[in-house]
Design a protein around this ligand. Structure first.
Ligand code: C5P
Length: 188
């Protein structure tokens, strides 16, 4: 739905950050005073992110990017011919992993939507994508997460797992950002 990403962008503004929000098509009002970059495809999102990365302190990947795209998109409506059809797919770039590979790079946080073994899978993602933080959501639940206004999650970083109890996405967003700010500049 984009709700978590938009909540993060608003919370970052409230906390005083300069925010660039690279967004696919969503049915949400953009937060005020953010630099909104509208994209439609994973490749466009990848390019837009890479173009704007220099000088960025924190990169948070919250988009549910499609893992594959059609190899040869049809220019016109596809007519039905047979009872089955196949569409060949190719892998999309992994924006989060590509940003995490850069040097120098910002603090990098990504999301993990898991339906089982939440913390184990989040930990694997942390090391596989070499990011600083994975925000893990349990999507087997129907009352939080995808398209919901509330969420609960785990913040999984190197050597720690920190739970954020269920609350409105705006408050989850603030808790995530305060956590990141503290990692960047620990307070006494
Ligand atoms: O590997 P998986 O798709 O589960 O990882 C989810 C995280 O990776 C999310 O932060 C999502 O925004 C990011 N992602 C990405 N580019 C992709 C797929 C996922 O940045 N092509």
């Amino acid at each position: 739905s984009g709700k978590m990403a938009y909540a993060l962008a608003s919370a970052a503004r409230r906390l005083g950050a300069e925010v660039c929000l690279v967004s696919g098509p969503v049915a949400l009002e953009p937060p005020r005073s953010v630099d909104l970059v509208a994209v439609e495809s994973a490749e466009q999102m990848h390019q837009a992110v890479m173009d704007r990365l220099p000088g960025v302190d924190i990169f948070i990947a919250a988009a549910a990017v499609s893992d594959y795209r059609p190899l040869a998109p049809a220019a016109q409506k596809i007519k039905k011919h047979s009872d089955t059809m196949q569409i060949e797919l190719v892998r999309n770039p992994d924006i989060l992993a590509d940003v995490a590979r850069l040097s120098p790079r910002p603090y990098v946080a990504g999301f993990a939507a898991e339906s089982e073994n939440l913390l184990e899978n989040a930990c694997s993602k942390l090391s596989a994508k070499r990011v600083d933080l994975v925000i893990a959501n349990d999507i087997s639940r129907t009352d939080t997460g995808f398209n919901s206004d509330e969420n609960e999650c785990w913040l999984v970083g190197p050597g720690y797992e920190h739970r954020i109890e269920r609350r409105a996405k705006g408050l989850i967003a603030e808790a995530i950002l305060v956590h990141i700010a503290d990692k960047l500049e620990p307070q006494g």
